[in-house]
Design a protein around this ligand. Structure first.
Ligand SMILES: C[S@@+](CC[C@H](N)C(=O)[O-])C[C@H]1O[C@@H](n2cnc3c(N)ncnc32)[C@H](O)[C@@H]1O
Length: 276
């Protein structure tokens, strides 16, 4: 009981700096608080879309802080009503209608969205449902998608675990991407890691046969955990014959967090499984 997928004891953590590094030159003087954000983006992403119904759970993400630049704010105000959706956990998504019948890949934790936009541009025949809680990143990805004329991206705001559990039907997804999830290196925070048995069982259920479940990390102990947990899931098989890590596929661009990890001398591992 009390794992990351099911509701659990309320978890609060101290404020942390914005890990995404908003452009300071363009940034507003300080991050808006909850009520200010509601005023700034009345038709934009909700502050706590799932509300108290899903409040009591362990979160795999840090509190949603960070400065929204003028460009990101403008994109949120203008594009959210047609390109965004709040993860409120209250209804099942009609992916066919949302993506005009394209096969749909869910990306959890797109950060600032550059890699997401690149992959969407390279593969216009696939719909990308991109989920994160980070408001500046949501604005950034919406702006990128518009600038590049990408019609195959929808931005989902909130906890992707609720999205998977409450809003996506079994076998509905053509793929799942989790690139450089927060590594939660301290032992007492390991329970906040996204890739755990309960989550992987849920995710495998939402994937259709043949779908790729693709993770990557620059944190060695987390890579080992990913490999172990995905290998133990009977519905998944490693795309690497004989098991182990996969080389980075050409279709996955180097991400922002990956670059930061590489700069620190970290080794990057891709874990690439297929739904049986
Ligand atoms: C370390 S960043 C990596 C961002 C990007 N993939 C990259 O490689 O540059 C992890 C992201 O996952 C998001 N995240 C973590 N848990 C999440 C969850 N349960 N639902 C949605 N987003 C989540 C965080 O907000 C953060 O933006």
């Amino acid at each position: 009981m009390g794992g990351i997928v099911s509701d659990s004891r309320n978890h609060t953590s101290p404020p942390v700096p914005d890990p995404h590094g908003a452009t300071r030159a363009e940034a507003a003087p300080r991050a808006a608080n909850r009520s200010e954000r509601r005023l700034l983006f009345p038709e934009g992403p909700a502050v706590d879309p799932a509300g108290s119904h899903h409040e009591r759970r362990i979160r795999s993400f840090r509190p949603r802080r960070g400065r929204v630049t003028a460009g990101q704010g403008e994109a949120l105000r203008r594009l959210w009503p047609t390109r965004g959706l709040d993860i409120d956990g209250r209804s099942t998504l009609d992916l066919d209608t949302l993506f005009g019948g394209l096969p749909v890949v869910l990306e959890i934790g797109f950060g600032m969205g550059e890699a997401t936009a690149r992959m969407a541009a390279d593969d216009p025949g696939t719909g990308i449902l991109a989920a994160d809680v980070h408001t500046p990143g949501q604005g950034n990805l919406l702006a990128l998608a518009e600038r590049e004329g990408l019609t195959n991206i929808r931005v989902a705001n909130g906890d992707a675990i609720i999205l998977l559990r409450e809003m996506i039907e079994p076998g509905a997804l053509a793929g799942l991407r989790v690139f450089f999830p927060d590594p939660w290196p301290k032992k007492r925070h390991h329970k906040r890691r996204l890739i755990q048995p309960e989550f992987v069982t849920l995710a495998a259920d939402r994937l259709r046969s043949g779908a790729l479940f693709h993770c990557a990390t620059d944190w060695e102990p987390y890579a080992e955990q990913m490999l172990e947990v995905l290998t133990a899931c009977p519905e998944l098989e490693n795309t690497v014959s004989g098991g182990g890590y996969a080389p980075r596929p050409a279709f996955r661009p180097v991400t922002k967090f990956e670059n930061a990890g590489l700069g620190k001398g970290h080794r990057v591992h891709d874990v690439l499984f297929r739904r049986r």
